[in-house]
Design a protein around this ligand. Structure first.
Ligand SMILES: NC(=O)c1ccc[n+]([C@@H]2O[C@H](COP(=O)([O-])OP(=O)(O)OC[C@H]3O[C@@H](n4cnc5c(N)ncnc54)[C@H](OP(=O)(O)O)[C@@H]3O)[C@@H](O)[C@H]2O)c1
Length: 219
């Protein structure tokens, strides 16, 4: 399966690109600038020289031609970015990983985007696509460090069973990551907002936390 990532030149998108490529997905790194995407692809291939990562570079339109598409832009650009490639995204599963946050002084504060969550805004921008929300709590640096597995649960929600299942299948391919079906897209609001808490913990404890729930059998 080919996975395109829009806004993949940032830490989250490029980290996800490396991780997905490392488990065998064909990945297209997307950007508003194809040249910027090519630089990031070259950097990833150089960093992980010898792993033969299947990563290509394209502008966001090219990346949106993939079978499944991830939106990894800042929250306030996610809906517009999806809308700009709505034709390419039609009928496809689109994963939104953006969190609406503001840093005020040393404090991370969750914002309430239109329709309550970024993922809901993206779904409204591309009503003919099947939007799921996932990967909000996985730290970018850990995602992109292929020397270590990513020890994390991944909450997934969507109004489309196909999108939930496709996202679960992707997460299941990544060692030590555990996909959890967290229900309808309405739950994207608390999932996204909780990222502010994780960032606050990172600052307070000088680390990068991820999420693990107790009471579930992993593996
Ligand atoms: N960083 C993390 O640890 C982490 C973890 C989980 C989820 N997230 C979420 O993932 C998303 C990306 O995070 P990030 O830290 O990688 O963000 P980022 O570096 O700020 O942005 C990612 C990319 O989005 C594109 N972009 C920026 N402004 C844009 C605009 N106005 N319109 C269209 N594209 C724009 C840029 O790519 P081009 O200039 O190449 O187009 C940029 O490199 C965020 O919403 C974040 O909340 C982050």
């Amino acid at each position: 399966m080919q996975i395109g990532i829009l806004g993949a030149t940032g830490p989250a998108g490029s980290g996800l690109a490396a991780r997905l490529a490392s488990v065998g997905f064909d990945v297209v790194v997307g950007s508003r600038s194809k040249y910027k995407a090519m630089e990031v692809r070259d950097h990833l291939l150089e960093r992980w020289d010898g792993m033969n990562l299947p990563i290509e570079a394209a502008d966001n339109i090219g990346a949106a031609n993939a079978d499944l598409v991830v939106i990894a832009t800042p929250w306030d650009a996610a809906g517009a970015t999806a809308a700009s490639v709505s034709r390419q995204l039609q009928g496809k599963v689109v994963i939104s990983m953006a969190n609406a946050l503001a840093k005020v002084g040393n404090e991370f504060q969750p914002l309430v985007p239109p329709r309550g969550s970024v993922a809901a805004s993206v779904q409204a921008a591309v009503p003919r696509s099947l939007v799921s929300a996932a990967f909000h709590h996985v730290p970018a640096k850990e995602l992109g460090d292929l020397n270590e597995p990513v020890d994390s649960d991944v909450l997934i929600c969507s109004d489309h069973k196909t999108a939930t299942e496709a996202t679960i299948d992707i997460v299941n391919r990544i060692p030590d990551m555990n996909p959890l079906d967290a229900g309808q897209l309405s739950n994207a609001a608390p999932i996204e907002a909780f990222a502010a808490v994780l960032l606050q913990l990172n600052v307070r404890y000088k680390t990068r936390v991820a999420v693990r729930f107790s009471g579930l059998k992993h593996g």
